[in-house]
Design a protein around this ligand. Sequence first.
Ligand code: ADP
Ligand code: MG
Length: 504
Amino acid sequence: MDREYLTLEHIEKSFGGNRALKDVSFSVKKGTVHVLAGENGAGKSTVLKILCGNYHADSGEIYLEGNKIVAANPRQAQDLGIAMVYQELTLVSELTVEENLFLSIEPKNKFGLIDRKEVRKRIFALMDEYDIHINPKAIAGRLSVAEQQMAEILKVLLKNPQIIILDEPTSSLQSEEVVKLFNIVRNLVKKEKTIIFISHRMEEVFEIGDYVTVFKDGTFVGTRKISEIDVDELIKMMVGRPLTQIYPKKSEMVEDTVLLEVKNLKSEKLNDVSFQLHKGEILGIAGLQGHGQTELLDAISGVHKLTQGTIKVNGKEAKIKNAKQALDNGIALVPCDRKNEGLMLILPIQQNLALCSLDKRSKAGFINLKEEQKFAEETRKSLKIKLHNLNDPVSSLSGGNQQKIVLGKELGTDPKIMLFNDPTRGIDVEAKSDFYNIMRKQATEGIGVVLCSSDMMEIIGMSDRVLVMYEGRITGELQKDELSEELIMKKSMGIVEEVAESDK
Ligand code: ADP
Ligand code: MG
């Protein structure tokens, strides 16, 4: 068999009874960016940890330039030219960047010491070569996540690897930091290095990848050339069905009962907003970022100050000046910034879930822990939250599962109206699909849902009706059968169609 640069054949790996990799084979070409994609838990990290000597495969072979290789540990992988930047950063936070880098280097001279001057020179040369700007004297723990990652990359580059593995390097980066990282990746490829890059963000796969290999449930689905595949096909490979089937069926008919009515809402960011939300309806709110959507949801949930306007719940005027009063009126908000607004990351999952509905499970000021656990367990099941233990901190969960905790916490209050602000941003397709099903199920059961989203496909796929916002106003209302990306886009930019028509 004509083996390529790097080939993995028939790799099997189990953890206890869990088969994490089932007969996985794929190849990587030299000097390319090879993306590994697939849902959380698909086995991407595991296969690469085997490649770099962190885990041992139960069976299977790895070939590098046609020769069978065995890396019993990361050190041996390194000697073979394979290095990995892990998903979890590994710097010693009390030490400086430079000290961290020294630590990772084997002593060279006969006294078992590192030639610091020499290493320093190499560090500067590398920073220069790859356009990496961090202060080597900075304490690692004080650096931003992006800077720590750069230090990790430097650490790996110091060992002059030929194959560099990056495990979800962008998951905690801002967009401008991603640009920088991609520049480094491109520079590495120019130097004939081979990059294996784990990501499940579509835009990224297409921007940086030359090839993509998809994993699903521990099996190899396929490898494609990026230039020969489109988003739809890739998603289909990842989740086993096309995007259009990710959205649940819409309501046949929405009831007339008005659950929520807002009238003439005005604030710093809102300019006379009025609308009604019906029982069982999913009302989408579209618009470009920063046109008042977040403020609108925040105003209805009592955290954005209105200067004017009324909010009616079930036909009665409601006084909603804070989050507690919103909850008392049966209004729950799933915010977009789960890390800052939605969760106490270091607290256990169970406690986070119970956070909003403490009164329900307390008696005479004491929390009924049994009840709390029961609720957490039920929520885990109904929302399909993937976790090891309810007592683990929320920070141990993936983004999608963290967001499910936010949702579960809000559902615990038995809301009548649910407001979602960009709920699926940055979470994987499988979790998205779960979210959509839950949202629709809630609506079917009679809850009114307002869904604000920056994802146009999501708005079109989920909404029974859509309002478009522009500069704090509602500039359009579209019914289910009128929803199109073009129309929403136009209204989002304040373009009134009549003008375009009469121009002719
Ligand atoms: P991915 O990187 O694609 O999200 P992983 O390779 O991390 O997926 O995980 C694949 C499967 O193996 C999951 O079911 C995960 O729970 C399991 N797994 C990974 N590492 C370990 C480990 N050290 N111990 C037990 N199970 C593990
Ligand atoms: Mg992983």
